[in-house]
Design a protein around this ligand. Sequence first.
Ligand SMILES: Cc1cc2nc3c(=O)[nH]c(=O)nc-3n(C[C@H](O)[C@H](O)[C@H](O)COP(=O)(O)OP(=O)(O)OC[C@H]3O[C@@H](n4cnc5c(N)ncnc54)[C@H](O)[C@@H]3O)c2cc1C
Length: 405
Amino acid sequence: MTTTESSLEAFRQELSEWLKTSCPASILKGADAKPSKADHEAWLAAVAERGYTTPNWPKEYGGGGLSKEETKVLQQEVARAASYMPIVSFFGTAMLGPVLLEFGNEEQKLEHLPKIARGEINWCQGYSEPGSGSDLASLQTRAVREGDQFLINGSKIWTTGANHADWIFCLVRTDTDVPKHDGISFILFDLHQPGVTISPIQLISGQSDFCQVFFEDVKAEARNLVGPLNGGWTIAKRLLQHERQMLSAAPASGDDATSRPKKGASTKPKAPKSALAETARGYLGDQNERLAEPALRDRIAQYELDSLCFGLTLKRSGQQAKAGQGPGAATSMFKLYASELNKRRSEILMSVRGTDGLGWSGDTYTPIDLMETRGWLRSKGNSIEGGTSEVQLNVIAKRVLGLPD
Ligand SMILES: Cc1cc2nc3c(=O)[nH]c(=O)nc-3n(C[C@H](O)[C@H](O)[C@H](O)COP(=O)(O)OP(=O)(O)OC[C@H]3O[C@@H](n4cnc5c(N)ncnc54)[C@H](O)[C@@H]3O)c2cc1C
């Protein structure tokens, strides 16, 4: 056993002891009781105290200070002992946090990162505007310096979770006399202040996940300007790469509620099951002869193959990126593929469910039917959020393949 292996083994042992004492009984694998809100909060506090909500971040910024190998051990041990790992909002952990680590100054890191890691502050993303989506650099929300503050006026749209957020990371125009990419700054500010109006917008799925946000002489402290004045475009692009990397990871996991092992199930290794086919069987119950239809079987099999290959490709590219470089323009390829794959998955499940797939309300549909119909409609947004599929194709053409404009 090498030193690394023995220290990893010691870490595993220590984690196993910690899990026994720190994970509430209702959250341990095999528990009969449903975890209460207090149990969930206690679990989150225990995980956050050790910095394990952001295991790779340095300890001084609220992270766990773990190496990649230790993080893997942590994931394995938590998956073995607990029914879930608490997560805090990805706007902070997967998007703003990584760019603060790269571009923030020491004061900003010390102030914001520990609160992100502990899930104390909910963040939202102020990028898109009514006239600026794909052409993000044309944004018009103005920030004008006044002493130690910036005064912000304008409007953001499609701001996911703004109605539940405390703070926003926002792209603002700080110079109008230069080419559009050169007059943008990246700034953080508190949404709980006069001059901020947040209006939820209803999605096609019937939910109101996102909002239009209006700013009227809203104040942002100058010390919360991240990076140089007018240097926000570089940071904005970097954050989008992190966002696209995060969005790519979701469908490749092949994980869904119905494919998780049932309580009390054998823990012996089994041949991997098809997550989509399992979900489809779960929907159909005793009518699952519908799955014998050759055309449907073909679509499911093709989806499973593509999904597995995609998962392996992501894994390989993650290993290649271990050299320490962050995500690059190639994340656009993964984001493009992942969102189209996820939409395909929803379409197949829709076909499987037949007329039940049309359920919108009423007693004749089960709660899962109603939820899945909304999920299918929500999946239409996958190829728009984080930049549309067409925009990803443009990025791939220019930045990955090096084709001329
Ligand atoms: C579910 C969801 C959540 C979102 N959350 C957020 C958020 O939290 N914060 C935030 O700031 N934004 C958010 N957005 C907004 C999202 O980033 C924008 O909708 C997206 O960038 C597209 O901009 P747009 O809607 O203005 O469309 P447009 O830019 O007007 O595009 C319209 C169509 O034209 C195509 N098009 C545009 N330009 C080109 C081009 N150069 N080449 C080829 N085709 C082109 C597009 O692909 C699209 O099909 C969210 C969107 C969705 C759907």
